[in-house]
Design a protein around this ligand. Structure first.
Ligand code: HEC
Length: 176
């Protein structure tokens, strides 16, 4: 913390640091604080990175909550996927209908390559896929198991889209 009070001042070759503390005798100050410019630069170079790191670490601008949120969401999306979807869509495939995998190529061909469409399919189901939304109708098109909250379906849609864009990398390896 003392560093924060150092005030470097330089003339041609000689630089000195003065502290704000008044009880340092000027003689001692001269002896201790007269540092050649080069050395002062080195000193600043050593001090600057940790100082910058500290500033960056506490700067909310450079660490928007969004990025933290995304990390958690991927993890949560992966968990939801494991709970509700993996039975039919293991690794992004489709054990019931091979032409309707969660890979980009199939999603595109079937017009399901946006988060909105993935959300819709997951909420209301499609063909032999049951819907998982709270208000999914008709009943016959909906899962007999537990329904998913809207928030969770949004998260799943974002997760599926992200995974599709990346070619379904192994979540176990990349996520944790
Ligand atoms: C019981 C098996 C089953 C489960 C469980 C299941 N799906 Fe499906 N899913 C299917 C089938 C079958 C299709 C093909 C539907 C069609 O196109 O007629 C499909 C299609 C999809 C599609 C469109 C794929 C494409 O290429 O058009 C998406 C997106 C999707 N499922 C997401 C999910 C998500 C997310 C979950 C978990 C919440 C899930 N599915 C759970 C069987 C399932």
């Amino acid at each position: 913390m003392q560093l924060l009070y150092l005030r470097p001042s330089c003339n041609t070759n000689i630089c000195s640091f003065s502290t704000q503390s008044k009880n340092v005798s000027s003689r001692r100050q001269n002896q201790v604080a007269q540092i050649p410019k080069e050395q002062q630069l080195n000193f600043l170079k050593t001090v600057a990175p940790p100082l910058m790191a500290a500033i960056l670490a506490f700067s909310p601008l450079l660490h928007p909550p969004v990025s933290l949120g995304q990390t958690i969401d991927i993890q949560k999306g992966a968990n939801l996927f494991r709970q509700a979807c993996i039975g039919c869509h293991d690794s992004g495939g489709n054990i019931i209908q091979p032409g309707a995998t969660l890979f980009l190529k199939d999603l595109q061909r079937n017009g399901n390559d946006t988060e909105e469409e993935i959300y819709r399919v997951t909420y209301f189901g499609k063909g032999r896929m049951p819907g998982f939304g709270q208000n999914c109708t008709p009943r016959g098109q909906c899962t007999f198991g537990p329904r998913l909250q809207e928030e969770d379906i949004k998260l799943l849609a974002a997760f599926v889209k992200l995974q599709a864009d990346q070619g379904w990398p192994n979540v176990e390896n990349s996520g944790d």
